[in-house]
Write a protein that binds this ligand. Structure first.
Ligand code: TYM
Length: 323
């Protein structure tokens, strides 16, 4: 039997290269070999998005982009979190075995409120809903970027707590990080993140994309001098997309070290790489945007498959607690 993976992304803005490098690329690489559940974390996005129209557009766009990036609806169950209401039921059941101190320890609440997000109960208990997302389909692995590791650890802790009290109901999943990915930096060298306004959208029109990449912050080493690639944001992004063993990455590193190459050249190489790497995705996205009926059908099929699996797990949990 195939092993299973599950992951999700919040519809809180346009997807960016960090989401691709840390998460989506893994989903695409693992489909076929694994049974895939990928969803849009719409309820999670309510912790940060209060404009209904914006939320609706973001949700639709993420689904289109998942498919454009290469997720194949024939091999992956793609669904919306709010189309599978048993997940929120599980979330409540889990919240009743979750000690408050477990949430106090979670770093994302502290980080997000420090950045000005409203300190709601939803934001505080966010990791419990994420645990429910994960445990609801019995996955073996959760492919994510490094910033999500703590959430997967909380998920395992909660599952263990529940199982300890009620018997073996939940399967313990493991996180999966892509070797080459790490934390992808954004334009300013900090972690690429929607909330830092430093993201790169690989679907941008070419001219805008080239202009944006010129804004990547680099140091002031003169053109003629040798440069260190590994500390340069332009190179780090290039390496994450092309791969560290790729000849183009090796060549670019050599150009850095040889001297005589300006950062403008490296930025142009990065723009060319992005346009090449995402060429098919960019085309597919245009086609998908023009076919809303297809996207609806994908979501209806995905929700039906998810409801079946999640229903099974929820039934197990209900029985175990005496409902
Ligand atoms: P979110 O929406 O912030 O990010 C989605 C995925 O993208 C990865 N990521 C990155 N990876 C590398 N470098 C970066 N700069 C970068 N920025 C983002 C994230 O690690 C993540 O894998 N809580 C989750 C959403 C969620 C979820 C789940 C994930 C809800 N339920 C269940 C997995 C399983 C989040 O906010 O991800």
């Amino acid at each position: 039997m195939k092993k299973r993976i599950l992951s999700g992304i919040q519809p809180s803005g346009q997807l960016h290269l960090g989401n691709y490098a840390g998460a989506i690329r893994q989903f695409v690489e693992m489909q076929g070999e694994y049974e895939v559940y990928v969803f849009v974390a719409s309820y999670h996005a309510l912790t940060s998005t209060r404009d209904p129209e914006v939320l609706g557009n973001n949700i639709r766009q993420i689904v289109i982009d998942y498919i454009a990036f290469g997720l194949d609806p024939k091999q992956a169950n793609i669904y919306l979190q709010h189309d599978v209401p048993q997940v929120t039921e599980l979330s409540w059941i889990l919240s009743c075995v979750c000690p408050k101190h477990m949430m106090d320890k979670a770093t994302s609440y502290k980080d997000k409120t420090a950045k000005g997000l409203a300190a709601s109960i939803g934001l505080y208990t966010y990791p419990i809903l994420q645990a429910a997302d994960i445990l609801s389909v019995d996955p073996d692995f959760v492919p994510v970027g490094e910033d999500q590791i703590q959430h997967i650890e909380i998920t395992r802790d909660l599952a263990q707590k529940f199982n300890h009290h009620y018997g073996e109901v939940f399967k313990l999943p493991a996180h999966r990080i892509r070797a080459d990915a790490g934390v992808l930096p954004g334009l300013d060298g900090e972690k690429m993140s929607k909330s830092y306004g430093n993201t790169i959208d690989p679907f941008m029109p070419e001219k805008k994309l080239r202009k944006l990449l010129n804004k990547i912050v680099t140091d002031s080493t003169p053109m003629e001098d040798p440069k260190e690639p590994e500390t340069c944001t332009v190179y780090k992004i290039f390496k994450a997309i092309a791969g560290s063993d790729d000849q183009r990455t090796v060549d670019l590193a050599n150009q850095y070290r040889a001297g005589g190459m300006g950062y403008g050249h490296a930025k142009k190489a990065l723009a060319d790489l992005i346009l090449d790497h995402f060429g098919d995705a960019r085309k597919r996205r245009e086609e998908l945007m023009a076919d809303p009926g297809y996207v609806e059908k994908v979501l209806a099929d995905g929700a039906a498959a998810a409801r079946e699996k999640v229903g099974e797990v929820t039934e197990r949990a209900r029985k175990a607690v005496g409902l």
